[in-house]
Design a protein around this ligand. Structure first.
Ligand code: NAP
Length: 261
């Protein structure tokens, strides 16, 4: 399983290292990072090998491919010649198929994972596909300490998982931005609107998680017949409201995921 080599330690690679550290999942001495511009925070972590020499890469048992989909071939070409023949590749690159990755890494076994940035606080979600059982187990071991893992049995579903999960935190943040702006339009100061919108959404998400209730039931609990919420929901859940809008948004993400592959 270890040492683990991260090819790329940007937003998601960095979030994973944060999450693993908080969870005590792996010792820093079991991690190696290859990145052209490692952050000063990463470089300051005692025990973490940042940009080790090529000869060291052969020690890695698991390789996490965490570069942008547009750059993955370059990262693979640089690292593959130095890896051990039995190193397992775990890719989080959106859209890129396991078969293409395996070919670029000399036929090594590959797992694919689509995580969310909340791995940084141990509350991520990770959709996982691997044809090879050992690669699947390896990917589970990487992500289970920091995420709820959803196993997919069809690689094609990784596109949908990206649209519904990997990208979705950004949809919620966009919603909060819009709610804050709407609060200001309704007369609140920016500060008060920010506080109300952020705290309300964070509390509502925590309640969804803690209660185990369906979102529809939680929605009904807020909605007094003939009241204020109903008036707003008649706008948000109209024929051109959230339902069709999110369907279109997820379809756009799925299309883009397929293009990236
Ligand atoms: N961010 C998310 O929420 C998220 C969620 C799920 C999956 N993903 C996937 O995760 C991957 C990384 O996304 P990200 O958001 O973390 O991107 P990012 O912030 O750009 O991180 C990628 C890192 O890889 C580095 N890099 C570039 N070329 C490299 C090479 N040849 N070898 C090693 N490292 C190299 C980049 O350095 P430079 O910046 O100096 O080029 C950067 O630090 C993508 O494939 C994306 O589809 C991201």
């Amino acid at each position: 399983m270890t040492p683990i080599l991260l090819l790329g330690a940007g937003r998601m690679g960095g979030a994973l290292i944060d999450g693993w550290r908080k969870a005590g999942a792996f010792a820093l001495s079991d991690l190696m990072v290859r990145d052209p511009h490692p952050t000063t925070e990463l470089q300051a972590l005692a025990g973490l090998a940042v940009n080790p020499p090529d000869e060291e890469l052969g020690r890695a048992k698991t390789v996490l491919l965490a570069v942008k989909p547009q750059l993955w071939r370059e990262a693979a070409a640089q690292a593959a010649p130095h890896l051990a023949p039995d190193a397992v590749i775990v890719s989080i690159a959106a859209g890129v198929s396991a078969a293409d990755i395996s070919r670029a890494f000399g036929g090594r076994h590959v797992a694919r994972v689509m995580p969310t940035t909340a791995v940084a606080i141990g509350q991520g979600t990770a959709s996982l596909y691997a044809a090879d059982p050992d690669a699947r187990a390896r990917a589970h071991a990487l992500f289970a300490p920091v995420a709820s893992v959803a196993d997919l049995d069809d690689e094609d579903l990784m596109h949908a998982a990206t649209g519904v999960s990997g990208s979705a935190p950004a949809y919620l943040y966009a919603f909060v931005e819009a709610l804050e702006a709407a609060g200001v339009a309704a007369g609140l100061s920016e500060d008060v609107s920010k506080t109300l919108a952020r705290s309300t959404i964070a509390g509502a998400a925590a309640l969804l998680n803690a209660s185990g209730e369906d979102p529809a039931e939680l929605r009904r609990q807020v909605t007094s017949p003939g009241g204020t919420t109903q008036a707003a929901l008649e706008v948000l859940m109209a024929d051109d409201g959230f339902g069709p809008l999110l369907e279109k948004a997820v379809a756009a993400a799925v299309r883009r995921s397929k293009e990236l592959g």
